[in-house]
Design a protein around this ligand. Structure first.
Ligand code: PLP
Length: 406
């Protein structure tokens, strides 16, 4: 037998379905010349959501200055602008030293877990989740323990379930608010209960707030880290969504709250951030202009804005399909509809998504790809234009009608 080369055991529990086998099949189909309607990934630029022009121009203007390494935590003016942003969000006592710029929030999510976890340490992660979090915990040797978000309660985290899953090995709670994949936005009283739980059990709160400006119906967002100074918070944000600049790979994390107990962990974060020298420099030049400039995201989420219209259409059409129910998103770019198991007795939701792709050329991600507990959900990204969304949902409707007749 020929010698086989295996991946590391560290990757055994790591998966990331958003770029998994179903999208891979879609890629092959596209290479064969087929047109697929893609509702699978929150990549705004692909759907004509342009980054603000002043931001793009600033990156172009600064490109000649961006060829060298910079401070491993990031450019000073960019971190100053982020510091100012934390003040706007009422996060107390943040200095530029508490701010780390990374190649997207993604790099920093992985880094924050690598710096924290020993084998077997546990982290509370939501179900459903943005699956990078589960993967990052596993890659760092930790054990993700999933707490349920309750669909019957607008997908809000079930605090009792969170509490029930705390063990002596639990180190942290991950909160994704606004949420991917459900589009939920958490009210202050729930955030306060989460902080109280963290306080009681000495847990760190990792707050992924990358959609904090993508809010519909006039809603407002509260940063978890604004709610206490006696709990350690690590808050994630970036340019990818609020400023439609996923490809610039400009994200950041902010350490705040009870920093005085975290000197050793912060030392670990500093080691990890110097190991990769620095984040992509051209993207860092976009940060100050983006944060200080015209907030054009507000136009997109206004009552007549493009994102609002697409959300409304997608939600109305999806929930008109027999056996499909869905909590209407209050924020972000996603919804997470449910397929009634009486009409759709599924065992394998990935297979369903493959069949939909094959038969109707529509690409979606199955709910279990978001660590959901049963094969009865899928995620819809409502970024395509209204006509494409309409067409995609008509095809889904036809496909599901065929499934019911089987
Ligand atoms: N966190 C959440 C909840 C996301 O949905 C995403 C991207 O979709 C990220 C983090 C990653 O963002 P970035 O592009 O900054 O790496």
């Amino acid at each position: 037998m020929t010698h086989q080369i295996h991946k590391s055991n560290k990757l055994l529990n790591v998966c990331y379905e958003i770029r998994g086998p179903v999208p891979e099949r879609a890629r092959q189909m596209e290479e064969d010349g087929q047109r697929i309607i893609k509702l699978n990934i929150g990549n705004l630029a692909n759907f004509g959501f342009d980054a603000p022009d002043e931001v793009v121009q600033d990156v172009i203007r600064n490109l000649p200055n961006a060829a060298g390494y910079v401070d491993s935590k990031g450019l000073f003016p960019a971190r100053k602008a982020i510091m100012h942003y934390t003040q706007e969000k009422n996060i107390a006592d943040v200095t530029v030293d508490d701010i780390y710029i990374g190649n997207g929030a993604s790099e920093l999510i992985v880094m924050s877990m690598q710096g924290l976890l020993n084998n077997g340490d546990e982290v509370l992660v939501p179900a459903p989740d943005y699956p990078l979090w589960t993967a990052a915990v596993s890659l760092a040797g930790g054990t993700p323990r999933h707490y349920l978000c309750d669909e019957a309660n607008g997908w809000l985290p079930a605090i009792d379930d969170m509490r029930a899953k705390i063990t002596p090995r639990t180190k942290a709670i991950v909160v994704i608010n606004p949420n991917n994949p459900t589009g939920a936005l958490y009210p202050d009283d729930l955030l306060k209960e989460t902080v109280e739980l963290a306080r009681l059990h000495n847990l760190i709160i990792y707050a992924d707030e990358i959609y904090d400006k993508v809010l519909y119906d006039g809603a407002t967002h509260t940063s978890l880290a604004s709610l206490a100074d006696d709990v350690l918070f690590v808050t994630f944000n970036g340019l990818s969504k609020n400023y439609r600049a996923c490809g610039y790979r400009a994200g950041w994390m902010v350490v705040s709250g009870n920093k005085k107990v975290a000197g050793d962990y912060i030392d670990g974060l500093n080691i990890l951030s110097t190991m990769r020298l620095c984040a992509n420099v051209p993207g860092q030049y976009a940060i100050q202009t983006a944060l200080g400039g015209y907030q054009s995201i507000n136009d997109l989420v206004a009552p007549n804005g493009r994102l609002t219209k697409q959300r409304d259409l997608a939600w109305e059409r999806l929930t008109a399909i027999p056996g499909v129910t869905c909590v209407k998103p209050k924020a972000a770019l996603y919804m997470f509809p449910r397929l009634d198991p009486k009409l759709y007795p599924l065992e394998d939701d990935q297979q369903l998504m493959l069949e939909l792709l094959q038969e109707e050329k529509v690409l979606l991600v199955q709910g279990t790809g978001f660590n959901w507990i049963a094969p009865d959900h899928f995620r819809v990204v409502f970024l395509p234009h209204l006509d494409d969304l309409n067409e995609a949902i008509s095809r889904l409707d036809r496909f599901l009608a065929g499934y019911r007749k089987r």
